[in-house]
Design a protein around this ligand. Structure first.
Ligand code: IPM
Ligand code: MG
Length: 372
């Protein structure tokens, strides 16, 4: 298969982790005889520095021409303490999602057996957790009208949803539930918010089309508690933009590190793959950023194009790296010198040599090829 992929490394640790994902995709292309080409674009703080806009036109048109998009991370600390900044890195990502109509952000939360001890939660609670969050990504409070009064003393953000925006992601979530454990939970705040009541109404009306799916409803405050109290009760969670942002980050505690969570952002025409973590600027260029979320995002890209065997091999390589503790410091309990690129190298080598008979640990620690 020929795929032209737009790569947007972004800010902070974005470039380092994306480099590993690209490395892995190149290894897959080589092993399976695909032709993957990569074209790089600016976004976020990196784009502001060079072009005074967080999403240059050039980047947007490059993404529209590509078959798919791989995104790194966004955000720079200097903007966090400047509430008056007119241009912010995050605007680049938000505009891109909107322009490409990426309305469904799909975030799988899977507890790896090898990592259960890394979670502060009890093993017995989290073992076998397997949840998928469908987060609405192109509407809601993120995109509603924003105001700041002239005297700067009051501000507002509107949370608006149209029926069609709820229906289109709900169809995807119902279908996902059908192919999993047939359970769909809508997370909302329908006891307070009108927009949440519209979500409930629409979902109730749609439910008869999916009779084999059990639909239930949970308020966001309760859901935030249930998610860490008993994550196994969930199968597919559907929720609006901001609740999904918060809940998925909370869910990373089940998995052990936010550096493990990948996502797919899908729309009618375009598809982007992005780790759920941020730019983690403090870690930039230190070689400590976990590349697995990025590499798993690349695996989701392969899935999206029906390259299931390829995606499975990437996941097998990741499982192996976790199993052997070839991981960055956020996960590593055994070795302290495994860098972002060494994890990428290991996964790349495994893809070339999945028989795993020739893995050489001395070389891993020297940062050289793991295959002898
Ligand atoms: C995410 C991030 C973004 C979001 C930020 C960087 C705008 O937190 O993808 O989860 O809030 O959607
Ligand atoms: Mg987030």
């Amino acid at each position: 298969m020929k795929l032209h992929i737009a790569v947007l490394p972004g800010d902070g640790i974005g470039p380092e982790v994306i480099a590993q994902a690209v490395k892995v995709l190149k290894a897959i292309a080589m092993e399976f005889g695909h032709i993957f080409t990569f074209e790089y674009g600016l976004i976020g703080g990196a784009a502001i520095a060079k072009t005074a806009t967080a999403l240059p036109e050039e980047t947007l048109s490059m993404c529209k021409k590509a078959d798919s998009i791989l995104f790194g991370a966004i955000g720079e600390p200097k903007y966090n303490f400047d509430p008056n900044a007119k241009i912010r890195p995050e605007q680049g990502l938000l505009k891109l999602r909107k322009e490409l109509d990426l309305f469904a952000n799909i975030r799988p939360i899977i507890a790896y057996d090898d990592l259960l001890n890394l979670s502060p939660l009890k093993n017995k609670c989290i073992k076998d957790s397997d949840i998928i969050i469908y987060r609405e990504l192109s509407a809601g409070i993120y995109y509603g009208e924003k105001t700041l009064s002239e005297d700067g003393q009051s501000a507002s953000d509107i949370c608006r949803y149209h029926r069609f925006e709820i229906e289109r992601i709900a169809h995807l979530a119902f279908k996902a539930a059908q192919s999993r454990k047939q359970k769909l939970t809508l997370v909302d705040k329908a006891n307070v918010l009108e927009s949440s009541r519209l979500w409930r109404k629409v979902l109730m009306e749609m439910a008869p089309q999916y009779t084999n799916v059990t639909l239930d409803f949970l308020y966001i405050d309760n859901a935030a508690m249930q998610l860490i109290l008993n994550p196994r009760q969930f199968d597919v969670i559907l929720t609006e933009n901001m609740f999904g942002d918060i809940l998925s980050e909370e869910a990373s505690v089940i998995v052990g590190s936010i550096g493990l969570l990948a996502s797919a952002s899908l729309g009618p025409k375009y598809a982007m793959f992005e780790p759920i973590h941020g730019a983690y600027s403090k870690a930039t260029d230190k070689g400590i950023a976990n590349p697995i979320a990025s590499i798993l995002s690349a695996a989701m890209l392969l899935d999206h194009f029906g390259l299931l065997e390829e995606a499975a091999l990437v996941r097998k390589a990741i499982d192996k790296s976790l199993n052997l503790h070839i991981t960055t410091p956020d996960l590593n309990t055994k070795y302290d010198n495994i860098s972002t690129s060494k994890v990428g190298d290991f996964i790349e080598d495994f893809i070339h040599n999945p028989e795993e008979t020739n893995l050489n640990f001395t070389n891993i620690h020297l940062g050289q090829s793991t295959i002898i």
